[in-house]
Design a protein. Structure first.
Length: 202
């Protein structure tokens, strides 16, 4: 009996929550819940969340809703619609310069194109996502390492030589060497040094 009463209260709460779900935050929570049980309903809820976030001028929620709508369509097997949703979100993310969503949406598009057999488009999107990930991670890592290096040199500020000193260790593993470069004895260090020499010191 206690179980039924608790279930009744939970369902009552859920119905109130659904009735009040007019803002994008509520719709996103509701949609993520539906994504696990009812893909058609999730798709519908995410469409409403996109409209609500546009009305609220809430770009992060709009991007999240666009991405999740694409996933709902992908899981339903509607790949061309999923690609369209992901592309729409990607265009918004590029215009907003949101690297996190550019990365996520490129990977989602890569997965869609891979599934439908368009390997050229899949590779292109995976590469674009990978470049963004490198850009995000390496910028942060070089900044942190440069500050630590300056601290070790007993300075409270970073100079270009600090960046140069740590860049090799951070960037070396990101460089892939082709067979032609190996035959010419070109190393990752040579490439990183060439890049560093081309960057003008402010």
């Amino acid at each position: 009996m206690l179980f039924l009463r608790n279930l009744f209260f939970f369902l009552s709460f859920l119905l109130v929550f659904v009735a009040d779900a007019q803002n994008s935050d509520s719709l996103l929570i509701l949609g993520q819940s539906a994504l696990k049980t009812n893909l058609q309903q999730a798709d519908s809820i995410f469409s409403k969340a996109i409209l609500a976030s546009k009305a609220e001028n809430n770009l992060p929620n709009q991007l999240k809703a666009q991405k999740l709508k694409g996933y709902a369509l992908y899981y339903k097997g509607e790949f061309s619609e999923a690609i369209s949703s992901f592309n729409e979100g990607l265009n918004i993310a590029i215009n907003a310069d949101s690297n996190r969503y550019i990365f996520d949406l490129n990977n989602a598009l890569g997965a869609c194109y891979k599934y439908v057999g368009d390997l050229e488009s899949a590779i292109s999107h995976f590469n674009d996502g990978y470049e963004i990930a490198i850009e995000i991670n390496d910028k942060e890592n070089i900044a942190k390492a440069s500050k630590a290096y300056a601290f070790l040199k007993r300075r409270g500020y970073v100079i270009p030589e600090d960046v140069r000193a740590v860049a090799m260790d951070i960037l070396r593993h990101r460089i892939g060497i082709s067979y032609e470069a190996e035959a010419e004895n070109v190393t990752q260090e040579d490439i990183v040094n060439e890049i560093l020499n081309k960057v003008e010191v402010p």
